[in-house]
Design a protein around this ligand. Structure first.
Ligand SMILES: [Zn+2]
Length: 373
């Protein structure tokens, strides 16, 4: 099972452990004085931080983290009853809801890498229709001009490509020389070169399109829906695009149709309750973080896009503090030190209880689930 597999960023080992608010930065960080960080280290930090935000604020991300919380609860209950436990456990196989989600997740995740050179891609509308119908990632054809090769089934454009393209595009607005493998990081760019080349230089809009697509239960297909909406409304920036989708795109859940933002609220509510159950205590720090996410959802706005568009990309301090003051941050394991959110007001700078518990869970739970961390 690779649902919660690490995302390895190129040659580096930076990664975000989605489900337990724990990220790794393979560089030295300086928080909160991020202005003292090198451009490259700051770009890496922001890349991982974007994953953290995307998992707290998009329909696909919230659902995925919530499923992990449900799984944690299920495993804990099982372990409290059994005397002998043989690891790893595969309890999700016995839960219909979880196994359905995991099958869906696997089908829409798409490719994480590819082993040939890609110079250009071919987007076939029929493949988009097939992916929509079958609830899978979208198969993309590839050309390797260098070696004179054509790959009809080059790679599958899905959740992984969309979320890594988003983080990559935002990183590129901060640091120009970021080199990542084409799949998954440059796939949005490769597709847009063919599908909507007019916006190829607009990294902020490309990142916004990916962000919007993460509100689809099949982000690979969602990406094309959002691009088509952007094509029909070329004057919109990412903020306008996002607002329109949150308010006017209906989504159905358990047979009920509702605007997308309402479903985010329902998901966030489940997320909060299950997270509390996982850590066995009321939330403190992340309660205010989730409340901020609820606030922005109600207004169909996004602090992330607001900062992306309105804070100069060389103002590291304002960029990071505007986001961290709103979304908080996870445990950050960097080369030089580990940072845990601390309660400066009521506990003399000691870490929040919930952060310490989540940190511990992040270390131990992977072994129990049988997940490759
Ligand atoms: Zn990444």
């Amino acid at each position: 099972m690779d649902i919660f597999e690490n995302i390895i960023d190129g040659g580096k080992c930076s990664k975000y452990k989605t489900n337990h608010f724990h990220m790794f930065v393979d560089d030295d960080v300086c928080i909160p004085d991020v202005q003292n960080m090198s451009d490259s280290a700051f770009g890496t930090l922001m890349h991982e931080y974007v994953h953290y935000v995307q998992h707290l604020t998009t329909l696909f991300g919230i659902r995925m983290c919530d499923m992990f919380h449900r799984m944690s609860i299920m495993y804990r209950e099982y372990m409290s009853k059994e005397h002998i436990i043989h690891l790893p456990l595969h309890l999700w196989e016995k839960d219909e809801h979880l196994s359905q989600f995991l099958t869906h997740f696997k089908n829409v995740s798409g490719s994480k890498h590819c082993n040939f050179n890609i110079d250009a891609v071919d987007v076939n509308e029929t493949n988009i229709d097939i992916a929509r119908k079958n609830k899978t990632a979208v198969t993309i054809g590839c050309y390797d001009f260098e070696n004179n090769r054509i790959y009809e089934n080059g790679f599958d454009f899905g959740y992984v490509c969309v979320m890594e393209s988003m983080a990559h595009e935002i990183q590129k607005t901060l640091v120009s020389d970021v080199f990542h493998p084409e799949v998954p990081y440059c796939t949005a760019e490769l597709i847009l070169k063919e599908y909507y080349p007019e916006i190829l230089d607009d990294r902020k809009l490309i990142a916004s399109i990916c962000y919007c697509a993460l509100h689809w239960d099949n982000p690979g297909v969602g990406f094309f829906d959002v691009v088509n909406l952007a094509k029909s409304n070329p004057s919109w920036n990412g903020i306008e695009l996002y607002k329109h989708i949150a308010q006017n795109f209906a989504v159905s859940c358990n047979g009920k149709k509702m605007p997308r933002y309402r479903l985010i609220l329902l998901f966030l509510d489940d997320f909060k309750k299950n997270l509390e159950q996982v850590i066995g205590t009321d939330l403190d720090y992340y309660k205010s973080v989730i409340n901020n996410c609820i606030k922005e959802t109600c207004g169909s706005t996004s602090k992330l896009l607001d900062v992306l568009y309105n804070v100069p990309s060389d103002d590291k301090k304002t960029l990071f503090s505007s986001l961290a003051d709103f979304y908080g941050y996870p445990v950050i394991d960097a080369k030089n030190y580990t940072i845990l959110p601390r309660n400066m007001v009521e506990a003399e700078g000691k870490p929040y209880l919930e952060t310490a518990v989540l940190y511990w869970l992040g270390i131990n739970i992977g072994k129990t689930f049988g997940i490759r961390w």
